[in-house]
Write a protein that binds this ligand. Structure first.
Ligand code: GDP
Length: 435
């Protein structure tokens, strides 16, 4: 997985993702410390290679769309950002009746909120889904809730997303709250990156607010504060991020160019989405479809993101995990935030692709030096915040996963405990269960 850098107490980050990508090859199980970077090149070089490795998911040799497949490219978008930044309001604007919409039955409620209880609370809790089409693309919106305790849902939503839209409130005081320690702007952006989202659109919202009044200065101020952080998370500001001003309330700069921001050079939100270059997918790889949800409607309907391969009508598929799969794995992990030390025997909750499972750290294999990539020769007795280690994890039940090297989308994970993200990691090796 991509190791986003640990966030230390003051909210600053210490290790750039490039640095944290250094540890490329699998370790040999019985010999901690052996191997290091293997090829003798400086870690930066290998790290760079590693980034590229993830970028270059095998390209299809021959793309044959299965019969009945939609002609438009299908893109999953997740809305992330602090509570009250305006995600639902923007979602509601985008799905106004002037656009073709195709809702799943239970998401027929207005905007993206999913049930009466949520509407009463005015918060979006479940990861709701709604569809809309533009000229060239078919979009599924996965609305991510802004509330802290729903970060696990956010991980589930983001793990399916090709693209994340980070909604930021420019309103005086609100931008600051969302970005402070404890605000969700940072955590969401980091989780989105960890979950494999490569492209980020940052909507600087509430530009109509009287405290903002479409001020270019305020827009630039928000942008300047966000850029260094997003860069540290691992997004490349030049390639991966696009900023734009908007008002979810009035709809300005969402579908059409707004007169209020002549200083903004670029397309409004929807035309920008429509004109995004195609997201390459590996259609001739093995079928991998992490399942997010299921419901009954004239048969069982499953929802998920097809990470590789292609599916067509009438095909018979095998659902995993079955009893032939693996239970143990080695994960390289970075401890982001933890109040004390972590020892073998520690239990946490593992989030990997769409799966959530209890997990135990059964062994700590070695510590990894963040700067040099060197592995410790002896097994550590514990790890603490900001350290990187290689550990063996054992899940309570059987789950599907791949090594990060083979399949990044199913080989990156987060560990959570007591409602907090405590570590992020990547799967280095799968260890067969001993009888
Ligand atoms: P969410 O929690 O991110 O989904 O935020 P909501 O969409 O529920 O919006 C939170 C509050 O901000 C609501 O009272 C909205 O009316 C208000 N709001 C959202 N977008 C805008 C905007 O562009 N301008 C102004 N002035 N208020 C907005």
């Amino acid at each position: 997985m991509e190791l986003s850098e640990p966030i230390v107490e003051n909210g600053e980050t210490e290790m750039s993702p490039e640095e944290s990508w250094e540890h490329k090859e699998e370790i040999s199980e019985a010999e901690p410390g052996v191997g290091s970077l293997g090829d003798g090149r400086p870690p930066e070089e290998s790290a760079h290679e590693m980034m590229e490795e993830e970028e270059e998911i095998p390209k299809p040799k021959s793309v044959v769309a299965p019969p009945g497949a939609p002609k438009k490219e299908h893109v999953n978008v997740v809305f992330i950002g602090h509570v009250d930044a305006g995600k639902s309001t923007i979602g509601g604007q985008i799905m106004s009746p002037s656009m073709y919409m195709d809702f799943i039955d239970r998401y027929l409620s207005w905007a993206l909120d999913t049930n009466q209880e949520e509407r009463d609370k005015g918060k979006t809790v479940e990861v709701g889904r709604a569809y809309f089409e533009t000229e060239k693309k078919h979009f599924t919106i996965l609305d991510a809730p802004g509330h802290k305790s729903f970060v696990p849902n956010m991980i589930g939503g983001a793990s399916q997303a090709d693209l994340a839209v980070l909604v930021i409130s420019a309103r005086k005081g609100e931008f600051e709250t969302g970005f402070e320690k404890g605000g969700q702007t940072r955590e969401h952006a980091m989780l989105a990156k960890t979950a494999g989202v490569k492209h980020l659109i940052v909507l600087i919202n509430k530009m109509d607010d009287p405290t903002v009044n479409w001020s270019n200065e305020r827009y630039e101020e928000c942008k300047e504060k966000l850029v260094p952080f997003l860069k540290k998370v691992g997004f490349n500001p030049k390639k991966d991020i696009h900023f734009m001003p908007c008002s979810g309330l009035t709809g300005a700069n969402l579908k059409e160019q707004s007169d209020f921001c002549p200083w903004y050079i670029g397309l409004p939100f929807i035309p920008y989405l429509d004109n995004l270059p195609n997201f390459n997918r590996s259609v001739d790889g093995p079928i991998r479809l992490p399942i997010v949800d299921k419901y009954k409607d004239m048969g069982t309907v499953v929802l998920g993101k097809l990470e590789s391969g292609s599916i067509c009508k009438g095909q018979q598929l095998v659902m995993m995990p079955n009893k032939h799969s693996y239970c143990g794995s080695h994960g390289q992990i970075v401890i982001i935030e933890h109040k004390s030390i972590i020892c073998p025997g520690y239990n946490a909750v593992l989030h990997i692709h769409t799966c959530i499972e209890e997990v135990e750290i059964t062994a700590l294999i070695c510590l990894v030096d963040k700067k040099s990539g060197e592995k410790s020769k002896t097994r550590p007795r514990f790890v603490k915040q900001d350290q990187v280690c290689i550990a063996r994890l054992r899940t309570a039940g059987t789950i599907c996963l791949e090594t990060f090297k083979d399949f990044p989308q199913m080989g990156r994970f987060t560990l959570r405990d007591e409602g907090k993200t405590i570590a992020i990691g990547k799967v280095l090796k799968l260890v067969p269960e001993k009888d």
